[in-house]
Ligand binder design. Structure first.
Ligand SMILES: Cc1cc2nc3c(=O)[nH]c(=O)nc-3n(C[C@H](O)[C@H](O)[C@H](O)COP(=O)(O)OP(=O)(O)OC[C@H]3O[C@@H](n4cnc5c(N)ncnc54)[C@H](O)[C@@H]3O)c2cc1C
Length: 322
């Protein structure tokens, strides 16, 4: 919605986009396919990509024909991205990549990955020597293996790079600037309504299941959750406003994600207390099946996009406490 018209966008405001995303999430709409490209890979290419990358990719994303995945985490590097070991070495044809990425959401359906890896292993500075690449996932030498989550579903993967040759034109931005580029992406990843609305459908199902004659205890609990959602929405929207002005609200985004994730994980717990039925995925009842689904999903909320303790470290540093 916000991208330039020349790349298939509508040049609408960040707030317009926010409202649409919020409505989609509140309705529990299927948004997975375009999610990553619309939220962060596309904006990254708009900001740092070459003209060729933008023209060949962005209109296809805007038409809903092209999906992205994020290649940041590795088996020994999740929270500490500076421990990334996947390496791209300059060779005559471009770059040779070796390494393993993990938890890569939708790698099995996406056409492209934004790969974050080392291009220089000699630097003393922990944050130097990283670069980002636009990777066509059909390139020979890439193997995508499924990982199944708690509910037995396949959405994330392990992606192995074995002597994968990327052309020079795959580099995004400047060689060695990967760290500052990737951190600018994280504010987009951490502050949107998806960071506090993951359990919203359960809340509406709970209210429906409780019916009109609720006791005082239930009314207070639901009212409190509603108040929290309204406050989080204002916080999250103000970050959308900061992003639109080109600011870098990394600390504020970490704060919204942490408070939002606490609320998202509290909703199934409160639902169980107020309406204690046995959660069952196969139940024909919307409340019971949504409760089961949310209980299985809730542990991931405070991991994906940055683990809770790590976000709190960022907030503490931003407040000058460490
Ligand atoms: C559903 C889902 C989808 C994901 N999709 C993607 C994706 O598409 N692409 C991608 O690259 N990654 C993805 N991830 C990975 C995600 O970014 C990582 O799981 C996350 O960054 C945490 O890394 P880790 O799993 O290696 O845990 P670790 O970093 O090993 O952390 C384990 C525990 O140690 C704690 N910890 C770690 N460091 C510190 C510290 N300095 N201080 C205090 N406590 C600490 C953490 O808080 C956590 O509780 C996804 C994860 C999930 C759950």
């Amino acid at each position: 919605m916000t991208w330039p018209k020349q790349f298939g966008g509508h040049e609408r405001s960040a707030l317009d986009r926010y409202i649409i995303v919020e409505e989609l999430l509140a309705a529990g709409a299927p948004v997975g396919a375009h999610w990553i490209a619309d939220r962060q890979s596309g904006p990254l290419l708009l900001r740092f990509g070459t003209e060729e990358q933008r023209q060949s990719i962005l209109p296809r994303v805007a038409r809903g024909e092209c999906y992205f995945c994020i290649g940041m985490s590795e088996p020994d590097s999740g929270s500490d991205l500076s421990a990334v070991r996947t390496r791209a070495e300059a060779v005559s044809e471009g770059y040779r990549v070796n390494g393993t990425k993990i938890w890569t959401t939708f790698a099995h359906v996406a056409q492209y990955m934004i790969l974050f890896c080392r291009t220089d292993t000699r630097s003393e500075n922990r944050h130097a020597g990283f670069s980002q690449f636009l990777v066509d996932l059909k390139t020979p030498g890439i193997e995508i293996r499924p990982i199944f989550d708690l509910a037995g579903r396949h959405h994330f993967n392990e992606v192995i790079f074995d002597d994968v040759i990327l052309p020079e034109s795959a580099l995004i931005g400047a060689l060695g600037d990967g760290w500052s580029q990737v951190t600018s992406e994280l504010a987009f990843e951490r502050s949107g309504p998806e960071r506090f609305l993951s359990s919203y459908v359960l809340l509406t199902e709970l209210v429906r299941a409780l019916g009109k004659s609720v006791d005082e205890r239930a009314a207070i609990a639901v009212g409190r959750l509603a108040a929290h959602i309204i406050v989080l929405r204002r916080l999250s929207r103000s970050i959308a406003g900061m992003l639109a002005t080109g600011a870098d609200p990394a600390v504020q985004a970490a704060l919204v994600k942490d408070i939002g994730n606490c609320l998202e994980q509290e909703i199934p717990e409160i639902a169980r207390l107020l309406n204690s039925v046995e959660a069952d995925l196969g139940s024909g009842d919307d409340y019971i099946s949504t409760l089961a689904e949310t209980i299985l999903q809730a542990p991931i909320y405070s991991l994906r996009g940055g683990a809770r303790e790590v976000l709190r470290g960022i907030i503490a540093r931003g407040l000058g406490l460490r």
